[in-house]
Every structure is written in structure tokens, then in C-alpha cells.
Design a protein around this ligand. Sequence first.
Ligand SMILES: Cc1cc2nc3c(=O)[nH]c(=O)nc-3n(C[C@H](O)[C@H](O)[C@H](O)COP(=O)(O)OP(=O)(O)OC[C@H]3O[C@@H](n4cnc5c(N)ncnc54)[C@H](O)[C@@H]3O)c2cc1C
Length: 451
Amino acid sequence: MPAETVPVTGWGRTAPTAARLIRPRTYEEAARAVRECGARGGIARGLGRAYGDAAQNAGGAVLDMTGLDRVHAIDADGGTVLCDAGVSLHRLMEVLLPLGWFVPVTPGTRYVTVGGAVGADIHGKNHHVSGSFSRHVLSLELLTADGRVRTVVPGTPLFEATAGGMGLTGVILTATIRLQPVETSLMSVDTERANDLDDLMARLADTDHRYRYSVAWIDLLARGAATGRAVLTRGDHAPLDALPRNARARGEPLSFRTSRLPAAPSFVPEGLLSRTTVGLFNELWYRKAPRARMGRLQRIPAFFHPLDGVPHWNRVYGRGGFVQYQFVVGHGREDALRRIVRRISERRCPSFLAVLKRFGEADPGWLSFPVPGWTLALDIPASLPGLGGFLDELDEEVVGAGGRVYLAKDSRLRPELLAAMYPRLDDFRALRAALDPRGVFVSDLARRLHL
Ligand SMILES: Cc1cc2nc3c(=O)[nH]c(=O)nc-3n(C[C@H](O)[C@H](O)[C@H](O)COP(=O)(O)OP(=O)(O)OC[C@H]3O[C@@H](n4cnc5c(N)ncnc54)[C@H](O)[C@@H]3O)c2cc1C
């Protein structure tokens, strides 16, 4: 199997490290790669959309699982799919939508693999209704450090360690997933503006239960009375009778069309993303949004994955890359959320639209991120002076409020805070020690945080 030593980074393009990149094309090749990965171990990688260092392994092996990308079986009556872990959600949408099925959970990009979706136990705009991705997984085939392939089902310790386990229990080879039925490939979307953070939280708390999908795009550069102003977009899959009678959509109600703009340039001058330019963008975007508009029909890519229209958009942050900071604090800790939002606004981070969402019930994964409460995600250029110290202070606020940061986005958290954020960490470590005593599966994230 060819293996090339190359620099590997996450989507934020911070901290590249060199690793032997291996692309297995069969399960046997994957097993051989694990057997032969050497003293620095190995880690599975999907489409590299984790922002930080979760799918990197300095000096070791990285198994690019996108070469194993077969859809094995679809039960079009029962609504399940069995596929390889290297299949992307984009591919699943292409295959499943014409049959009237949708993935149960999609993040803000459809260019993630099923393995990455389970590894990070991803959440979508429907977390308050549907929970995270692994809640819809019926079984997994997991290649473990001893070379065995185990069938892993929900309700078992190995499943709960693997869902959100960041690839550290083994390499997921296949997954069987329960799907969401849809009548059309369009979304019916309500949009409204919120004047400030309290207005926003009140709207989300009062009416989120009416919507399957809900998210707020928040302007963190707005200050004073406008701090936390936002645009809410919420909706559901449009039923067939919501489509206009004579529209083309009626003829092909389940068609899945995507369009892509030209890629972001590979060189972007430092300083392009100043507070002024980003502030201007946020201002225009807020003013352009309708105060209230109900029932607009939108295509799936526009509603769920607006950034996917611009390939390599992560380059706009320049050579230094960017950090995505995502945390959650529980219901009742709105005071902490208000303080953090105020601090970010006062710090004037040149951050494009950030995302605020309310999570529903926690998921069973031991290191799964969502807990009931408020989650905020924002991008910040890594070159911002004093960023490390500033985020350390925010971490303290988050921990103080009983919250946590999301490992799939992280590249800089201090390890001593982890146990307070993830109370099942010791169970996770104990299971790993028993399952993988030689520490075959390891990543930069795992080394940095002593996972
Ligand atoms: C624009 C954008 C929007 C996003 N929005 C959201 C969002 O709304 N919600 C959310 O939860 N996340 C979101 N993310 C993060 C993303 O969904 C996760 O990081 C996801 O894990 C990426 O999947 P991937 O296939 O790219 O995996 P990678 O980034 O390659 O890997 C991520 C983790 O999964 C593990 N992994 C990958 N494949 C396997 C496998 N076969 N077996 C075992 N472990 C494996 C890796 O070891 C690593 O720990 C977003 C990312 C981007 C870039």
C-alpha cells in the first residue's frame, strides 16, 4: 500500500504535523495498515473537516478512509442504509433523496464522512428534536487494535466510547443508519431578526419546539444595545403540497441539485479580514435579512450548507489559519452565555457570523459534546494577538458554568480542564486502556489532551 509522508492539518489549518498518509481500498488493507502502523500509532481520517488536530498524528500513520466509500444496501421501505464509513453525507444525499430519505443529522457541511460523523458524534440544527448522529446508528463494524472486526451496537460500553470517541477506539469500517423520511428535497423556512441576545434567547426558548431545524446566526461585532443581534432561520422539510402547483419542483420534488462558486484563492493577503471588513459584512448581512418572513422554500444546500458553495473557503483566513471555538453551557446558565458574548463583542474579534443553538437531551456517547443548553460557535483568525490567553479565559467561564468545549473543533484547550468538562473521561480512558493496551490508536488531539 503506498504511503506518503505529508503535512496534515484540520480544517482550521493551524498546527500542521507530518504523518504517513495511507489510503486503504479494502478492509484487509485497513487491517494491515493498523497492524503495521508502527511505534507512533495511527488514527482514522475522513474528509478532514474537524477544525483542529483530531485527525492528525505527528510522526505516525493517518488512515485516509475515503477510499472505502461503498453504499452497500438501502432498505427503501424501512429507511435504513448500510455503508462504508468513508462515504460522505453528500454522497448519501445524492443516493437517498430521490428515494424519499434524508440523513438523520447533518452538520453545517455535507463534506464529512460517516466515520467522522460517528467519531465526533456530530450534531445538526435538529439536535433539540433528534439528538446527535450516533443516536441514529443501529450498528457499526469497528476494527480494533487487536486486528479484530467487532460488531458494535448501541447500549454497549464500546458503542458509547466510540460515539464521539474521536477515532480512538478503532477504525469504523461500516455503519447502519436509520434515515429521516422526506416528501420533497425542499425546506420550508421561517426567518426573523432578533434585536439583541436576550430577544434572541427568548425567541429560541419560546418557539424552537415548533421547528425540526433551528439555528441563529449572530453578529458578534455588534456592540452596546445591539450586542448579540441575530437572524434566526428555522424550518422543516417541505411537504409535497407546499410546492407551487405549476413549479418545476412539482415534477421532480426529490431532486438534489448543488451549485459551487469558484474556489477561494490559495493566497489571501494578511489583514484582509480586519474588524472593519468583517464588521461591514455582518452589518450588510443583518440589514439584508427580512424582519420576518414565513414559509420560504429553500433548497437543502442553501438551508443547511451555505459554505459548501465556496470550495476551500477556509483559505480566506490566510496562512495562519483560524480557530473555531465552540462551547455549550446548560439551561439556567444564561448569565455565563451573556458574559461570554459581551466579552467577545468587546474584544472585537473579526469573526464572521457566529452560530447560536439550543441543544436538546444529551447523547449517550461518553465524550459526546451536546448537553441540554446553549451552544455558540465562532471562527477567529489564529493570528489575532493575545488569542490564546483570551480563549483560556473563556474556557474558565465555560467550566465555571458546568459547560464544555467541542473536541472536533478544538486545537488549543488545556488538558487539566477536560475532566471537569467530560465527566465520563475516566471511563473512556479505562476502556481504551483495556481495548488498546499498546496505544495503537492515537492522534495529536489525544496526545495534547491525554485522552
Ligand atoms: C463548515 C463546517 C461546518 C461544521 N458544522 C458542524 C456542525 O454543525 N455540527 C457538528 O457537530 N460538527 C460540525 N463540523 C465539524 C465536523 O462535522 C466534524 O469535525 C466531523 O467529524 C468531520 O468529519 P470528517 O469526515 O471530515 O472527519 P475528520 O475531520 O477527518 O475526522 C474527525 C474525527 O473523526 C474520526 N474519524 C474519521 N473517520 C473515522 C473512521 N472511519 N473511524 C473512526 N474514526 C474516524 C477521526 O479520527 C477524528 O477524530 C463542521 C465542520 C465544518 C468544516
